[in-house]
Structure formats: C-alpha cells, structure tokens
Design a protein around this ligand. Structure first.
Ligand code: PEP
Length: 258
C-alpha cells in the first residue's frame, strides 16, 4: 500500500450468500464493531436483493455498499438484469465488474468494457477484475494475459475518469480455494498492472490508481499481502461473510506504510 498517493480499499464480495434478513444482522453487528476515526475505505458488495437492507443499516457510516454485477444498457428488455442507475438509486457506490465467476458464465472483455463505461457514466466506482488461470500461470503468460484484460476493459475510458476505476487482480486458481498467491507473486502482477496503467494514462494516474488483490485473502494472510507496495487493498470473498474476520483484514489495511 502507499496511502500517500492512492486510496486503500477493503471490499467484500458476498457472491450468492446471505438473505436480506441475514444481511441486516451482519450489517448491524459489523456497524457496532467499526473503528472510529480515519480508516481505509470499506465496501461490501452484496446480492442485489440485499442492497436495500445493507444501505439502510450502513447509512452515515464510511462503509460503501456495492453490487456484484450490472447491465451495460440504460433500460429495456433485459429480463432479470439490473441497470447502473437502478443501483445508484438504491444507494450503491461500487459495482464489481468482470469477476472470473461471471466471466466463466460467458462475460467477455467487450461486456466488461461496456459495463465499466456504464458504471462510470452513472457515477459508480467500478471494481474491474482480472486474473489468470493456473494453466496460464504455468505457461508463463500471466502478465501478458492480465495486460490484455486491462487494456480491453479500459478501452475508451478517458484520462479524467481513470482514477475512479479500481482494479482487482484475482488469480482464478486462488479464488475460493484457500490457495493464496504469495505476497511476492501478488505484488509482481499488481506492479505490472500499474505499469500497464502508466503506459496508457501516464505516471501520475498510475501512481493514483487503487489496485486490489483478491483470492483467499483472510484474517491470517492479509497483513503480509497488504504490506506490498503495489497492493492497495483486497477483494475478499469468504472472509467478508464473518464480521470479525473482515474487521481483522481492515485492521491489517491500516498498518503503517511508506
Ligand atoms: C472473490 O470472490 O472475489 C474472492 C476473492 O473470493 P475468496 O476470498 O473466497 O477467495
């Protein structure tokens, strides 16, 4: 992390877990534990039906609520989909875009790019995910693959909007598997993502971009991962479902930095 130049963000991704009633219970407990004072940014991205309960409890706290997906179209005949202006109206601040679990359901880089534009236009902060498979890592093409995903996802995003985008590096082999990338492996890719941003948007913007690591980050390994200079926070699945564990990760994000 480097708090001098960019924001630190700890974001939870609940995936398809918790009902609205369980959301209210979690948020109430978590709100009671939140430290006072100046801490890192905190987001909880929850299932769409849980957004109202989450927003209600977290109103006037520093926790931003987010969605786990959006549709790129403003409105229309897209049964079951949710537009970005609906998320904003429901009180969302963030939206996860291009999670590998959604890419596995058929989401393409072009879809990711369209959703990033829709989120930015609506005033949401997109948390744009990228990550390699185990096969790609073993083939030694990780950095090339990630660079391609970043360039495709950010196509057409103008310089004045890049600082609103959060990037999450999530190696697919580390998500939900308990297999975390080592701090060195995670740092190497996050640093190379910053280099891609530098080439696209210049060094000031690269320095100001928040890049998260995600993939089995938990209360035990967060401190070491977050101590890396180019890892500016985490996108956390399993460990964000338990208030105490999520809080420990937030505490790890408030360690002294450079
Ligand atoms: C995720 O869903 O983005 C994730 C990183 O999950 P987990 O922390 O459970 O590996």
């Amino acid at each position: 992390m480097n708090r001098k130049y960019r924001k630190t963000l700890i974001a939870g991704n609940w995936k398809m877990n918790k009902t609205p009633s369980e959301t209210k219970e979690f948020m109430t407990a978590f709100k009671g534990m939140l430290p006072k004072g100046r801490w890192c940014d905190i987001a909880l991205c929850v299932p769409a039906v849980c957004i109202p309960a989450a927003v209600r409890v977290m109103r006037e706290t520093r926790v931003g609520i987010g969605a786990e997906n959006c549709n790129a179209n403003p409105s229309g005949a897209y049964t079951g989909e949710i537009a970005t202006n609906m998320l904003v109206d429901a009180g969302c601040k963030y939206v996860i875009i291009g999670h590998s679990e959604r890419r596995a359901m058929g989401e393409t880089d072009a879809d990711v790019n369209a959703k990033v534009h829709a989120a930015l236009n609506a005033g949401l902060i997109p948390i744009m995910c990228c990550g390699e498979s185990l096969e790609q890592r073993e083939l030694g093409v990780t950095n090339e693959w990630i660079a391609m995903q970043i360039k495709a996802g950010l196509t057409g995003v103008p310089e004045e909007k890049i600082r609103k985008v959060v990037i999450a590096y999530e190696p697919i082999w580390a998500i939900g598997t308990g297999k975390t990338a080592t701090p060195e492996q995670a740092e190497e890719v996050c640093e190379s993502i910053r280099t891609v941003i530098r080439k696209l948007y210049g060094s000031k913007n690269a320095r100001a971009t928040t890049i998260l690591y995600g993939g089995s980050m938990n209360d035990k390994n967060a401190y070491e991962l977050l101590a890396q200079p180019d890892i500016d926070g985490g996108l956390i699945g399993g460990a964000s479902l338990v208030p105490e564990k999520f809080l420990t990760i937030i505490e790890a994000a408030n360690q002294p930095t450079l």
